[in-house]
Ligand binder design. Sequence first.
Ligand code: ATP
Ligand code: MG
Length: 365
Amino acid sequence: MTDPASHISPSGKPRILTGDTPTGQLHLGHWVGSLENRVRLIDEYECFFLIANMHAFTTRADKPDGIRRSTLDIIKDWIACGMDPDRSTFVLQTEIPAIAELTWYLAMLLPFNRVMRNPTLKTELETKELGDNYSFGFPMYTVGQCADILIFRPELVPVGEDQLAHIEPCREVARRFSQTYCGVDPQTEDADYVSAGGLFPIPEGKVGRVARLIGTDGVNKMSKSLNNAIFLTDTFKQIKKKLGGLYTGRQTMDEPGDINNSLFQYVRAFIDDAGRVAELEKKYAEGDNIGDGHIKVEVAEHIDRLLGPMRARRADFEGEKGDEKILQILREHTRRANEAAEETLYLAKQAMRLDFGIRELSFPG
Ligand code: ATP
Ligand code: MG
């Protein structure tokens, strides 16, 4: 079998697609859930990193200024945390019309009830208090996300645990497309779809080191729209204050504590010295003269050490001059992203007998 990626990617490397919605700034949940993997895998894969700015409108249609601000800020965070624009392609969703077009075609292959049953969608409706008043576009975003991913024909999608439920319909629709329009036998193994003539590799989700980091409210997943996040731009003072508010219910230093509480999730996620973690766990479980406040400061120091170099890199992109640098990067990357996306759209339309060839795409050139 030939390497399925080699006919897709001119670099010969398999691809990654992943991204963020510009509904706020990036936080530690993003770092442990997805960003860290992106940085680690940037050279092993051909990476496409997407800003889902169209999807931001599904819950914030009345806040265009905020979405624009957040789009630029997130890209600054990306560069700050090590997602090097010279070794990857940044994709601004609204500049890639092929994504919207593919969304329509994929929407015909996904049962409506399948979309509405998605557990992440249900959780989001609850935590974001959208009630019955969500837009038609809101559930559409789950179909749009299939197109975001498949238009780049990636093999791997690094995401937090909450997004795995969105990868599943994407995998289903990828199989269905190739069965319906490329004549692939439904019995085909996922790994063989491309060699069997299918258009899309069946992408796999890759969850980060911490699947779901809890927020500083100690209840919900850390989320940029829930006011429970430690942002990548936060100062030591802010980090300490936010961690200080983390409720454990423990009263005194000699009270045995629960090492599975939210504070210890932070201990294990951010103190990178296994010996020290084990020591803290032992003392805490035994109530051996160790206060929550002390542990919080220690965790805050480790987080600050992680974020320090990010703050330094971000300093090159401050203010309007920084915005202009980001726009310059996006202009160049958008050309590359459109080329890759239009190649897939061309092949998809060909498979669907829609190859009238009247409108020119950048592929086949
Ligand atoms: P929103 O509240 O607007 O949904 P969010 O904070 O959930 O924002 P997304 O843009 O939806 O962020 O997610 C971007 C990526 O980061 C996804 O892969 C998601 O799974 C991951 N992620 C987000 N929050 C966490 C978290 N607390 N722990 C681990 N991964 C996370
Ligand atoms: Mg989310």
